[in-house]
Structures are given as C-alpha cells and as structure tokens.
Ligand binder design. Structure first.
Ligand SMILES: Nc1ncnc2c1ncn2[C@@H]1O[C@H](COP(=O)(O)OP(=O)(O)OP(=O)(O)O)[C@@H](O)[C@H]1O
Ligand SMILES: [Mg+2]
Length: 172
C-alpha cells in the first residue's frame, strides 16, 4: 500500500491556520548526532509540562527523532567523533518546535537545506529509508515548506484523540 504523500510544498502547516493553544518556543541545536537525544528530551519535557504523556508523548518522541535525524543528516553530521571538527569549520543549526491545538500536536523541524524530504520505497533487505514512512504512518498528515529565513520546515500533525492529557500546570 502506498503511504500518504506529504502535503504540497509551500502550504503552511495547519497549526498556523488553526490558533494553537500552546506554542513551545523552538529549541535550536547544532546539527550533530547529539541533537537527536536532546530533541527527544526537550519534547518529553515540554509535553509533560503541558500535561501530555502516554501514547501521544511516546509517538511524538519517535517522530521528533526521525525528523531531527533527517535534518542532521541533511545539514550536519551523524558521526559522533567528527562533531567537533564540523562545529569549528561549518556550523549548521536546526530547530524543533511544538504547537498544541485542541485536537492535534504539530511537530516542526527546521533545517537550512532546501532539498525536499522524499518518502522511500525501501526493499525488504534495505536497511534505511523507513524514517519518513514511520512518520507518515504515525501522523494524520505531514509535509514540508520553505521558510522566510531560508531552509525548510518538515512538519507533521499527531492526533490528540485518546491521549492522556491534563490541563496545563498539572503534574503527576
Ligand atoms: N530534512 C531533510 N532534508 C533533505 N532531505 C531529506 C530530509 N529528510 C529526508 N530527506 C530525504 O528523504 C529520504 C528519506 O528519508 P527517510 O527518513 O525516510 O529515510 P532515511 O533517512 O534515508 O533512512 P532511515 O530514516 O530509515 O534511517 C532521505 O534519504 C533523504 O534523501
Ligand atoms: Mg531518516
């Protein structure tokens, strides 16, 4: 079965059209391997503060990992050992932001590369090429769009239905 294709280039994310209940200030990171665990921790932490945990938080972590890994691969390095050398010669930044509406959680990952993400059709014995298929499978919709500051945002919309959520400020 063909997975869902991304929403057309140039379309703003639905989160920008709906008024979000909560917008988490973007986390900006160097495009190196450690950005991935940082982005995961950021996501879990912010969602907890918004009272979101359980399946939605778990799914958000997976999606953030895939999108940030792709952004790092496209603009930086995934090699731990060369991270320092890359930082001193060519610093690329990426950023992650979260927007919560009454019905959805939007995840947006910015990188400076204009090349579009492409859904793979990996052969069964092929190791890679499944990250975006996973994102597409877990989200209501996903897409990418160029941004005013250059580069692009790859985004996806996760359904809040059924997620364990408490009002903001709740802890537990
Ligand atoms: N942020 C991005 N910038 C530029 N190209 C991208 C970006 N994200 C994805 N792509 C392109 O889309 C392809 C498919 O991405 P996908 O995440 O599905 O697979 P992968 O990263 O190659 O492998 P895997 O995620 O399974 O390790 C990538 O190989 C890359 O060519
Ligand atoms: Mg990938």
């Amino acid at each position: 079965m063909r997975e869902r294709e991304p929403t057309a280039v140039g379309r703003a994310t639905a989160a920008r059209l709906e008024s979000p209940e909560q917008v988490v200030p973007a986390l900006t990171l160097a495009a190196v391997a450690t950005a991935v665990p940082c982005a995961r921790l950021f996501t879990t932490h912010c969602l907890r503060r918004l009272g979101i945990r359980g399946d939605l938080a778990d799914t958000a972590e997976i999606v953030v990992s895939e999108l940030v890994t792709n952004a790092v691969k496209a603009t930086g390095t995934t090699q731990h050992l060369s991270a320092l050398a890359v930082l001193t010669t060519r610093l690329s930044l990426i950023s992650v932001s979260l927007r919560l509406t009454s019905t959805s959680l939007f995840i947006e990952v910015w990188d400076r590369d204009l090349r579009p993400p492409r859904l793979g059709q990996p052969a069964t014995d092929q190791e890679g090429g499944r990250g975006l298929l996973l994102v597409a499978g877990l989200s209501k919709q996903w897409g990418y769009c160029p941004t005013d500051q250059g580069g692009k945002v790859v985004w996806c919309e996760l359904d809040r239905a059924g997620s364990t959520g408490c009002p903001q400020g709740s802890t537990g």
